[in-house]
Design a protein. Structure first.
Length: 152
């Protein structure tokens, strides 16, 4: 993995095709392109810390597909996770870079994607999640709600 990507806040590669991070800078999107990522998914709000106003334009000008799923930090929803899962499935054959402001929303969403869609071992998936943070009460309840929803 390139040194440039490691400089992105809370950068965490999870596989050869999925990496997560906090908010990249404008320049770092060029590094993401150079590293071979085809899709950028942004879960942050336009008002999140360090959000880049014209991020979609910057990313698309590099020839990367851009998907914005703004997830409200205090209130993640089943609709948010379903949309995320759909985008991940649509792009399962591509290299996907997922970010938010701090890689906290993303780490929880990707954790759920890995255990529900990729059948990753929960303990293994938790290691990556806990490398970034221990979900607070709101996010722990959300994780449990999503798992229960998909187990029915």
């Amino acid at each position: 993995m390139s040194k440039q990507l490691e400089d992105i806040y809370n950068f965490l590669p999870l596989s050869d095709s999925i990496a997560t991070a906090g908010q990249p800078t404008t320049q770092q999107f060029s590094d993401i392109k150079a590293a071979g990522y085809d899709v950028v998914i942004n879960l942050a709000l336009p008002t999140s810390t360090n959000a880049i106003t014209n991020e979609q334009q910057i990313v698309e000008n590099l020839g990367i597909k851009y998907v914005h799923i703004p997830v409200i930090w205090e209130k993640p929803t089943l609709e948010d996770i379903e949309r995320f899962f759909a985008v991940m499935e649509e792009n399962a054959d591509k290299n996907v870079f997922v970010h938010c402001a701090m890689n906290m929303r993303v780490s929880a969403f990707v954790y759920l994607y890995r255990i529900i869609h990729e059948q990753t071992n929960i303990e293994e998936a938790k290691k990556s999640l806990y490398q970034i943070w221990q979900p607070n009460e709101t996010w722990q309840q959300f994780i449990e709600k999503v798992i229960a929803y998909y187990q029915k």
